[in-house]
Design a binder for this molecule. Structure first.
Ligand code: ADP
Ligand code: MG
Length: 446
């Protein structure tokens, strides 16, 4: 058995013993790391993600008692991993606060998120299980929601029908009503914070940015706009301190608009311009993008997005009731929404998106992108993971931040429309046609 980086890392990580590796070598009659890794993955001893990490020489694959099995995504607050508890074996999602962001403020904000989520118990809200600290890393453990989130669902498969949108958004409304009943305002309602399971159950996540609607004073971010500009309510823009449940209803209205049209209400422009338009303008009629929407459905979106909070639909429960009449079909997410196996990022290569990280989950200072249709709330992947360039590190989590959040999208961007090919083809047809025409005329000429 050679002493390759993969084998060393596998043993050091504690995932695989030397004897197990020797047995695999004997079985496959090869000392090749790729073959050994594939066999270990196939036998269920390690996951694909763990194999990639071990190949890269990363051996710290635990957080407290949680064994990291996969990378789920990058959010404004930190990275999200799939993990299992080493004793209970329960699958869960672990959200970490990256070392680079461990300022007193972000730690406080994270601690607040943990305390708030721990108290929530509703089928329409992502459940918190545990929280802890491993070295410098603080983490929150929540239930793992298989499937996707509403933003990814729309980006990958297009706008939803009225009945599917109503099913998802009405469940989110019930989750919000639960939060409002106990005095919490979400403040960051957006498609990315509505998780959807393959059988169409929806749960609101990240009530962490919420602050107790009374007692905002002890929240250092209460005076700031918290959330994505695409879904901010006019009153949240004017005075973030004085918002109530109605503000979440406006954001949920923008979310519903996005869900059925595939467009954010105020696309293009920078955050400042979006905020101005939330306060002063009405969006394009949703039927411009989704001609089949019924008048009643459009009215419901409009009543949720009413600029004056006093005239808006009064409660999230009423939103759920209004949407009920469209909840006629069950929602089987028929698209392949299982997350793809992530390829290990090339170490040292930065994300295409650049380093536009912003404090906490606030995305209002994100630079605008040309042609942006919104629903782009996670597009500002930070390149905090520059630690990856320094190679194997045991002191921190596998730094995967140099990976695009949605490789499919990244691939699409890299492959431009093959205009040259089509122009060439057209010219070919034209020249061929003319040549044929002239030969026919010559032939027919007297
Ligand atoms: N409990 C969970 N179960 C499964 N996936 C999750 C869970 N929480 C978050 N995710 C996924 O991880 C991604 C990043 O999440 P998050 O950090 O909450 O992002 P953001 O700060 O933009 O809200 C989300 O888009 C979502 O798809
Ligand atoms: Mg989130």
């Amino acid at each position: 058995m050679d002493n390759s980086l993969f084998k060393q890392s596998a043993i050091k990580s504690g995932l695989i013993s030397k004897t197990q590796i020797e047995k695999v070598i004997e079985k496959v009659e090869s000392d090749d790391d790729a073959i050994i890794a594939a066999t270990l993955v196939k036998s269920g001893l390690i996951t694909e993600y763990q194999a990639q990490q071990l190949h890269a020489g990363r051996t710290k694959l635990t957080l407290g008692p949680y064994l990291i099995t996969d990378w789920i995504g990058q959010g404004g607050m930190g990275q999200v991993f799939k993990a299992v508890h080493n004793v209970m074996g329960r699958e869960c999602a672990v959200k970490v606060l990256p070392l680079e962001k461990s300022t007193a403020l972000s730690r406080d904000s994270f601690a607040r998120e943990i305390r708030l989520q721990a108290g929530l118990d509703c089928p329409y809200v992502v459940r918190a299980f545990d929280a802890g600290q491993d070295g410098n890393v603080h983490y929150l453990v929540t239930e793992y929601i298989p499937g996707t989130d509403l933003r990814k669902l729309v980006r990958r498969g297009g706008a939803l029908s009225m009945s599917h949108a109503a099913l998802v958004v009405s469940q989110a409304a019930r989750g919000l009503q639960y939060a409002h009943d106990i005095g919490l305002i979400h403040r960051d309602v957006k498609p990315g914070n509505i998780l959807v399971t393959p059988d169409g159950r929806a749960k609101v996540s990240d009530i962490g940015l919420a602050t107790w609607s009374m007692g905002l004073d002890d929240d250092p971010r209460a005076g700031k706009i918290v959330g994505t500009a695409d879904y901010l309510s006019p009153e949240q823009i004017r005075n973030p301190r004085s918002i109530g449940p109605a503000s979440d209803i406006y954001s949920l209205g923008c979310t519903l608009y996005y869900t059925v049209t595939g467009k954010v209400p105020f696309p293009g422009g920078d955050s400042k311009s979006k905020c101005k338009r939330h306060c002063e303008q009405t969006p394009w009629h949703p039927r411009k993008f989704a001609p089949d929407l019924s008048e009643d459905f459009v009215d419901t979106i409009a009543d949720m997005m009413e600029k004056d909070p006093a005239r808006r639909i009064a409660s999230a429960a009423e939103v759920a009731e209004r949407l009920e009449s469209w909840c006629t079909t069950s929602f089987e997410v028929d698209r392949p929404i299982e997350r793809q196996a992530w390829t290990a990022p090339p170490i040292g290569i930065e994300s295409e998106e650049g380093a536009a990280s912003v404090e906490g989950a606030s995305e209002t200072s994100r630079p605008p992108k040309a042609g942006e249709d919104g629903g782009d709330e996670n597009a500002q992947l930070s390149s905090l993971g520059s630690g990856a360039a320094s190679g194997p590190s045991d002191s921190q989590l596998p730094p995967l931040l140099d990976q695009p959040v949605d490789p499919a999208m990244a691939r699409r961007r890299r492959r431009p429309f093959p205009i040259g090919f089509f122009v060439g083809l057209l010219l070919g047809i034209l020249i061929g046609g003319l040549t044929a025409l002239f030969s026919v005329r010559e032939y027919l000429a007297p």
